[in-house]
Design a protein around this ligand. Structure first.
Ligand code: AMP
Ligand code: ZN
Length: 114
């Protein structure tokens, strides 16, 4: 999508602190990190605005994102554990409508929602 921030990052039109990239997925550091390690994993293609739009037709890209999550976790040495979050919709706090997964690690996550 032409007017999408993460599509522009995926296309290299807006710079990002890249952590991992393959043909389908890009992972980069969140500009406003909420934990010592805070990485966003996105499908390069704008397959969905959020998790609410995942379908049998586009879910292969979601699997690719989670393969990337495992790779990034290993690469970043997150052997103590990490959390993966996706916000879907404004009420959940989503601010960028391009499907993405937050990897959070490196601090105590005792105050758990789930
Ligand atoms: P969400 O609020 O779940 O939609 O997540 C969007 C995330 O994108 C937020 O955590 C922002 O800090 C992050 N973000 C926004 N712009 C950029 C950018 N240019 N580079 C890296 N992260 C960004
Ligand atoms: Zn997009």
């Amino acid at each position: 999508m032409s007017d999408c921030l993460f599509c522009k990052i995926a296309a290299g039109e807006i710079p990002s602190a890249k952590v991992y990239e393959d043909d389908a997925v890009l992972a980069f550091r969140d500009i406003n990190h909420q934990a010592p390690t805070h990485i966003l994993v996105i499908p390069k293609e704008h397959i969905a605005d959020s998790a609410a739009q995942i379908t049998p037709e586009n879910s292969a890209a979601v699997a690719r994102c989670f393969e990337a999550v495992a790779r990034v976790a290993a690469q970043e040495g997150l052997s103590d554990g990490f959390r993966v979050i996706t916000n879907s919709g404004a009420a959940a706090g989503q601010t960028v409508p391009h499907l993405h997964f937050h990897i959070l690690a490196g601090c105590e996550m005792a105050e758990k929602l789930i």
